[in-house]
Design a protein around this ligand. Sequence first.
Ligand code: ADP
Ligand code: ADP
Length: 231
Amino acid sequence: PPVVTARGVTKAYGRTRALAGVDLQVRAGEVLGLVGHNGAGKSTLMRVLAGLESCDAGAVLVHGEEAPAGSAAAFGTVRMAYQETSLCPDLTVAENMWISSRHCLPRLGWRRAASTSVRRRLDEVFPGHGVTPRDRVEDLSLAQRQMVEIVRACLVDRLDLLILDEPTESLGPDAARTLYAYVRRLAEAGTAVLLISHRIREVLSAADRVVVLRDGAVTADRAAAGMTEPD
Ligand code: ADP
Ligand code: ADP
């Protein structure tokens, strides 16, 4: 079965309907691009799929089984935001890795991220990043923080689903290319990747399949190859 399945997922905030019956599957080894205008429901769908929020109706299945409500720890996830990541700014890079391994996802086989493995992983994913594990996050550039955020998300022994929300927002073109090459390798190793970005050209080249969300509903779901400008 797919790593994650959304079946008729509906979600409202007061009178605002953010998701109106979304059906979606993300399979192991697949990079799925999720695009849509502001307010289309991308962030909400991401949170519901990650188990960070419950839906009002419908279901989220993880490996074909209904995910118990509030089961955020079913996956390793990452949320990216321009100028703001989920890292603790006054801690070091290594401490940030350690915190998420100890407290956030204890049952996923996260190991204590020793400085050497943090450095090795950073070198592997983003050569020339200029980050050392002892740097305080607040002293890093936006691009460096985004790299650390991504690497932290991938420091899981068996990463089922990686959700990248605008992962290249503060990266330059070289770092973005490096990131997508790494994402491809993760997918080839069996991770399902959900890529949210408003950079349509990036999505079309990095994703295998593209889903277009509009007003909380899926309006297109097809192979990225040959797709031009989704609306
Ligand atoms: P996108 O990520 O595609 O921009 P969102 O999922 O953030 O879309 O938002 C979808 C709709 O739901 C929007 O109308 C938005 O204002 C609303 N919405 C999202 N989150 C909340 C929230 N926590 N409280 C109230 N309304 C929300
Ligand atoms: P993005 O689409 O890049 O996520 P947004 O500005 O649409 O950026 O939303 C940022 C965050 O605020 C999201 O988590 C979203 O769900 C939440 N949000 C959006 N609209 C509202 C709203 N009307 N009330 C409360 N939270 C909201």
